[in-house]
Design a protein around this ligand. Structure first.
Ligand code: AMP
Ligand code: ZN
Length: 472
């Protein structure tokens, strides 16, 4: 496999070489389960799923760990503000653990609806307090910590290389982290490993520790669960871009401080999904969930398709209009695929050479830092290539779908409003239109467009060729 990925640590696209031959150890930061995941969060989980699928498609066995944060995450990633779990419990008049389990369950259901493959291990922070305490003890023994106001802090000045993930200076990092400075911190960028002095009365989740009764900070949870399940060395660690300056920078400091060596080889980050009017956030009240999209008539896979059209390293602006276009385009694509499959009979045989040629091309793109947009172009070319028979097309489409995860060969019953003969007719007319355009017979090509419109078919001329959609 010749995979190249962009590494946030080195700021370049690098060839991927796994620590162990044929195996990949990967950690992705999971949700804080105090509310539903919004579709921005889900964009990041889709990106991580694609990464895993591309690795598996290339023959790697992937051990994937994704944590569930059910304690310790305050409103600001830099240890200030309210406790997120407590906010959820008060909002819903439930216990913290009830809230945690409810939203964990809802989150896992969202992943399933989006065809996101489950992680190999999904550890909960509250079930790993002993591991967390042990890691803090190691850091204490190595001189990375200090106690103030009953909290245990990590002293970033003790860790050489604190700025390596961001390449920012201390001032720049502080400017970006909108912190109300905790007067007990020696350096404003220090962070809490153990909250011994809860700011909140009756903090429900508390445990005994060498530093008194309390609860762990958020960053230490990830380091300790990642090391527990993946060992001292890891291939890939992922999250959204917001994690670069605080959470992942702190994870590196803790883990490498405790282990005494480099921890993760490749850091990968997904860009944000943004709304027309700004950032999507849970604290600002209204936010879009997958269920809201479903209630508006969108299949979850339409959202997956929408996300996969753009590069994971580019911000993506969400709009219902564009989601609508994705819905039409995916439906039309599935119908074309359906008609292809129905065309296969027992006498059809396949030419392996032709199949390999397309697979090689597909591989070239997806292995170029997960360029799925180009992967789609290969898929569309397969669908319309007259030199391929239906069986060859089917083999390729099913093969590519191992990466896309869009269930190309399944059609949703509720969308079944166009017959296969109509699909064939549309395809035939489109070919005629293409011919007439080649011959500069604009009158004829216009006529065909009109005829298609009368059949409720819209056509879209893109750089990748002509696509058609069912008009709603
Ligand atoms: P959280 O539950 O807030 O810890 O976030 C879960 C994941 O979603 C993390 O990897 C975040 O980096 C990511 N994330 C948060 N907001 C967005 C967004 N608007 N778009 C994409 N990813 C996001
Ligand atoms: Zn994390």
């Amino acid at each position: 496999m010749n995979l190249r990925i962009y590494n946030t640590l080195t700021k370049i696209k690098e060839k991927f070489i796994s620590i162990e031959d044929g195996k990949v150890k990967m950690y992705t930061c999971g949700p804080t389960v105090y509310n539903f995941a919004h579709i921005g969060n889900l964009r990041t989980y889709i990106f991580e799923d694609i990464l895993k699928r591309v690795l598996e498609y290339g023959g790697y066995e992937v051990k994937h760990v994704m944590n569930i944060t059910d304690v310790g995450h305050l409103q600001s990633d830099a240890d200030t503000g309210e406790d997120k779990m407590k906010m959820g419990a008060e909002r819903e008049h439930k216990s913290v653990l009830e809230v945690a389990r409810f939203y964990e369950d809802a989150f896992i259901k969202d992943l399933k609806k989006l065809n996101i493959k489950p992680a190999t291990v999904v550890p909960r922070a509250t079930e790993h307090i002993e591991d967390i305490i042990n890691l803090i003890k190691t850091l204490e023994e190595k001189g990375y910590t200090y106690i103030a106001n009953k909290n245990v802090y990590f002293s970033i000045d003790m860790f050489e290389g604190y700025y390596k993930l961001t390449n920012l200076t201390s001032k720049e990092l502080q400017a970006g982290s909108r912190v109300d400075v905790d007067p007990f911190k020696r350096n404003p960028l220090d962070f809490v490993l153990w909250f011994g002095n809860s700011k909140y009365e009756n903090h429900i989740l508390q445990w005994d520790s060498p530093w008194g009764v309390g609860f762990p900070g958020w960053h230490i949870e990830c380091s300790s669960m990642a090391i527990k399940y993946l060992g001292e060395y890891m291939d890939i660690h992922c999250g959204g871009v917001d994690h670069i300056p605080v959470h992942h920078t702190n994870e590196i400091a803790q883990s490498e401080g405790a282990l005494g060596h480099k921890w993760v080889n490749y850091w990968m980050h997904g860009e944000f999904l943004i709304l027309d009017n700004g950032k999507m956030s849970k604290s600002k009240g209204e936010f879009l969930t997958l269920d809201k999209l479903i209630k508006r008539g969108f299949d979850p896979l339409v959202y997956r398709y929408y996300v996969l059209q753009s590069k994971y390293r580019k911000p993506l602006t969400f709009s219902y209009e564009r989601l609508e276009e994705s819905k039409k385009s995916l439906t039309a694509l599935k119908y074309k695929i359906n008609s292809i499959i129905n065309n296969i009979d027992e006498y059809t045989s396949k030419d392996e050479y032709k199949i390999k040629k397309y697979k090689d091309e597909f591989n070239k793109y997806i292995n170029d830092d997960l360029n799925l947009a180009n992967g789609f172009t290969v898929l569309f070319n397969v669908v319309k290539d007259d030199d391929l028979n239906s069986l060859e097309k089917k083999v390729l489409i099913e093969d590519f779908d191992k990466v896309f995860g869009l269930d190309f060969t399944k059609i949703n019953k509720e969308n079944k409003n166009i017959s296969e003969s109509k699909v064939n007719l549309v395809e035939k007319l489109l070919k005629e239109r293409e011919e007439s355009r080649k011959n500069k017979d604009w009158e004829k090509s216009d006529k065909i467009r009109k005829l298609l419109l009368e059949m409720d078919i819209e056509i879209l001329d893109t750089r990748q060729g002509t696509r058609w959609n069912i008009k709603e």
